[in-house]
Design a protein around this ligand. Sequence first.
Ligand code: PLP
Length: 370
Amino acid sequence: MPSRSHIADKIRAKLKKRKKEGNLRKLQISYGLIDFCSNDYLGFSKKKSNFRPKSQGSTGSRLIGGNSLLFEKIETKISVFHRAEAGLIFNSGYNANIGLFSCIADKSDTIIFDQFIHASIRDGIRLSPARSFSFEHNNTNSLEKKLQQASGNILVAIESIYSMDGDQCELKKILTLCKKYKAQIILDEAHATGVIGKHGRGLACKLRLENHIFARIHSFGKSMGCHGAIILGSKELREYLINFSGAFIYTTALSEGSLMAIDNSYEELKSGTEKIHQLQKNITFFKESISKKLKKHYISSNSSIQCILVGGNKKARKTESILQKRGYDVRAICHPTVAKGRERLRICIHSFNSENEIKKCLLNIEELLS
Ligand SMILES: Cc1ncc(COP(=O)(O)O)c(C=O)c1O
């Protein structure tokens, strides 16, 4: 067993290396900046709530004291909204992915995942006894090669909108391939919730493919502006997760206040589409405002996630810092979160950003990159 001082030395050395490579992560508190970084695409997080929870905490896991009628009502309501047979709420999207991928496959099964899949899915797969391999991002030829090598039950993990490049998965083509190889799709709809499809129901619903997807994960931490996530699928899948998913079984359930916030956001999604339309308008405006100079750095995307490649962690961090000093809360995404050479400014577009803010932000980026 290494002594405590060995551990301390190791930690120090690893932090020093990060610092030297210009990718030391730091917590920031930003006040009064124009929001181009949050996942609050529709501004729901800023809603003044008028609900008053009767209790502060849920008192335990869902299987002990933490369950309630409110939980079950909301799960049913959200399942109906996204046209699923059933749904089970988890404490976050991260927990939902860990909880699903860690328990869904056995040693004899195979999980195939897009190389750009979110870290929470990778971590969930790491906890699974199944064989796993990645395929080239959104590349169906690469996926087919991996499907040919798979054995047992085959699961394919993809995202509706990829969180780093903001591009959309080739759901129809991937589904056709999966049918050919009798593979099941698990679709993470985190960045499509509230953004894609009528009333923001997500990509599967937009393409009317919801009945062909084994499981869908909708996180409430993005457009819904609150906290938690739901896994949608069959009633049997729900029962299976209640019985076998450690991330569901062994944790304190969400509080009544959290559930009310989720319900509140879904009510707003159902009642109008104005904010979603405004968001789409702003995304189009951003894309049309990219200058010729910036085009060569731009990663094309139709989602709220827009990226401009910068090249190198140091340059990315420096540009981020200047933009913030000028009032624009844009964040740099550095290596190792993205591949070397793909370091970038990640600009999140919201329904509440004005055209003037978008235009000026882009002008500043152009000046700093030229
Ligand atoms: C694609 C994707 N899945 C899951 C998550 C995790 O969701 P949450 O923030 O609710 O834990 C994220 C968050 O960054 C994400 O981008």
